[in-house]
Design a protein around this ligand. Sequence first.
Ligand code: B12
Length: 253
Amino acid sequence: MAELSDIENEFIRDEIEEYLERPEEIALNIELYSKASVQMQAIAAALFDGAHEEVDKLTSGALDSGVEALEVMDNGLILGMGIVGIKFRENFIFVPEVLACARAMKAGMAYIDPILSASGIDPIGTVVMGTVKGDLHDIGKNLCIMMLRGSGFVVHDLGVDTSDDEFIEAIEEHEATLLGMSALLTTTMPNMGKTIEAFIDEDLRDDVKIMVGGAPVTQEFADDMGADGYGEDALACVELAKQLLQELAAETE
Ligand code: B12
């Protein structure tokens, strides 16, 4: 088992000592950070420090030095956001600080996006993606979109706070067969179910496969509300999208 002293970055060690209280979260973060390279640790630390210019510089530097975009995303940016989530939950930081971290995340993602989105392969399917009504969280959705685009999907991004009508109109306008919905709040999760109901009411449910995700969403919740699939992260989102396309093709044969 890794020890706190195995993490080279002093700022990360201090942060774990000062803000993490749950034993399982301490162990997990020590494990993850001790495995991350010094370069990735620096990106994560700059991210949870809300230092967007630093994240910008470090991300572009890492990519220039040959680190893979996925590595920077998973072991730098997303890892750093994990600490932000814990500090926010425990009221050590508040919305303005989280917004600064979200800005830093976006500064890093600006470099990752063109790399992950440039697939160069023929489109394999069309997806409409959005964060549900009442919900303004878009970082996870945007990561999914980058990965989908990089895997050859055409993705129409409806942004945040998306209504049932907007989802339905976009599916019809773009003749998309896949819908992806993201929710980060327990209060907005039920809106996914409401959108699925709206597709049923419009007699469009059989024409589209619906996938859902976001930190509080589970497979069980997805099943209960009648979604076709649930994905835990951006990689799972791509696998799920491919699988749902195959299912749709098999059904329409
Ligand atoms: C950043 C953040 C914010 C930022 C959002 C900035 C932005 N542009 O997105 C700001 C400051 C605006 C914000 C506001 C609020 N937030 Co907030 N926020 C967060 C935080 C810290 C991180 C979220 C994040 O970006 N994670 C990183 C990404 C990469 O992960 P992800 O979103 O889960 O996405 C991954 C997977 O879930 C999956 N995925 C995501 N979508 C989809 C879709 C599909 C189809 C698939 C297959 C997969 C998939 O793939 C992604 C990539 O791997 C979380 C804490 C947390 N632990 O999640 C709280 C959190 C979600 N927020 C919370 C709260 C309470 C709020 C506010 C209500 C606070 C307030 N008092 O105002 C407001 C709500 C505003 C609104 N109406 O939406 C709570 C929710 C609690 C709950 N039980 O509902 C959390 C959990 C914090 C906490 N208290 O613990 N927040």
